[in-house]
Design a protein around this ligand. Structure first.
Ligand SMILES: C[S@@+](CC[C@H](N)C(=O)[O-])C[C@H]1O[C@@H](n2cnc3c(N)ncnc32)[C@H](O)[C@@H]1O
Length: 340
């Protein structure tokens, strides 16, 4: 298949391959191409740009890596095909933990599904049944169905290892591209607020790129702040991030305006939008996430900026779907720029 790749002299091939692997940017499902004295390493699309010094960005036709063993976890189950077909195709991998949602009719056999996933996913230690997020802290209700050990792990994304505990603080592996996209927009010397930061993936990804002068990450769940501090303590750039246990309601009214503000509280954030928008300085940007019913999406951006007119003049400079949220709604990212 045609995909982006990095053309690298063979002499540096192994070092660059290792860098890409560790930063989660090497595509594992495609084969590395050998072209004379050069290698072409297949890249994960949409991630932060690869430093130019590593090689030249190209497009190539890559072969697929032949997979040993079954292609789907369902093939490890000795069930009739009709029953296997009722199982979900997708699951999430967070560090060495696999999370899966199951339809009620297969929950009686959930341990068999868990064992199949444990065997199928390389490096998996624990499989949890995902019963969704609940409450203001958005903590996931998880139940062990196979494997052992705690729901605490380290998850790798955008070249970082994040401390995560699924029973104590929110984390989703489906937002990695958003974390990278926002971080990439931050310019040298800018100040950033990451409001409702959870375990801090936006703040950490921004800090890792090293351009922000100061990052303040705020969450009402003190356990999330402790996990963020555990990650910060492992990185030299951790000193640029202040991790603050506070509610948005308490923090925003007294906060001085800064150039970039992220607020990812998709179902309730609208309540705080005016006070949070006030913390974006003129010329600054607010990255706002919301769950929007599909029927209400046209015009939603205009409605948001109109509602903010008592605070300042905002324009929607970007609006895109992050992922579907329910059969009739999507998680949508709005980038609002303040002109005055
Ligand atoms: C959807 S999670 C976002 C986590 C993070 N931004 C990320 O990308 O992984 C929402 C977070 O908002 C926090 N939260 C909920 N209500 C809050 C409030 N009123 N003030 C501050 N944080 C709040 C929760 O504890 C949770 O960690």
């Amino acid at each position: 298949m045609i995909a982006p790749g990095l053309l690298v002299p063979r002499s540096r091939g192994e070092a660059v391959r290792q860098e890409l692997l560790e930063s989660g940017r090497l595509r594992a499902d495609l084969e590395i191409r050998h072209e004379g004295n050069y290698l072409v390493l297949p890249l994960v699309e949409g991630d932060e740009p690869v430093p130019g010094a590593w090689g030249e960005l190209v497009e190539r036709d890559f072969g697929a890596v032949p997979r040993r063993g079954p292609v789907r976890y369902r093939d490890l189950l000795d069930w009739p095909d009709a029953e296997k077909d009722s199982l979900p195709r997708s699951f999430d991998v967070i560090g060495d933990i696999v999370l899966v949602r199951l339809p009620p009719d297969v929950e009686a056999r959930q341990h068999e599904v868990g064992e199949a996933l444990l065997r199928f996913v390389p490096g998996a230690r624990l499989v949890g049944l995902d019963r969704g997020v609940q409450g203001a802290d958005r903590i996931r209700h998880v139940e062990r169905i196979a494997g052992s050990g705690p729901f605490r792990t380290r998850h790798r994304e955008n070249g970082l290892e994040l401390d995560v505990d699924l029973e104590r603080a929110y984390f989703s592996p489906r937002l990695a591209r958003e974390h990278a996209r926002v971080a990439e927009e931050v310019r040298s010397g800018e100040r950033v607020y990451d409001l409702c930061c959870g375990v801090g993936p936006f703040a950490l990804t921004i800090a890792r790129l090293g351009r922000a002068s100061r990052i303040t990450a705020v969450d009402a769940n003190p356990e999330a702040i402790l996990l963020l501090r555990a990650t910060l303590a492992r990185y030299p750039f951790g000193a640029h991030v202040a991790a603050v246990p506070a509610t948005v309601e308490a923090f925003a009214p007294n906060a001085e305006p800064v150039e970039r503000v992220v607020m990812n509280l998709p179902r309730e954030g609208i309540k705080y939008l005016p006070s949070v928008a006030r913390t974006a300085a003129p010329g600054g940007r607010l990255y706002y996430y919301e769950v929007v019913p599909r029927s209400e999406l046209p015009g939603r951006g205009t409605l948001l900026v109109t509602s903010l007119s008592p605070v300042g003049t905002f324009t929607v400079v970007d609006e895109h779907m992050v992922h579907p949220y329910s059969p009739s709604s999507d998680l949508v990212a709005f980038t609002l720029e303040r002109s005055r």
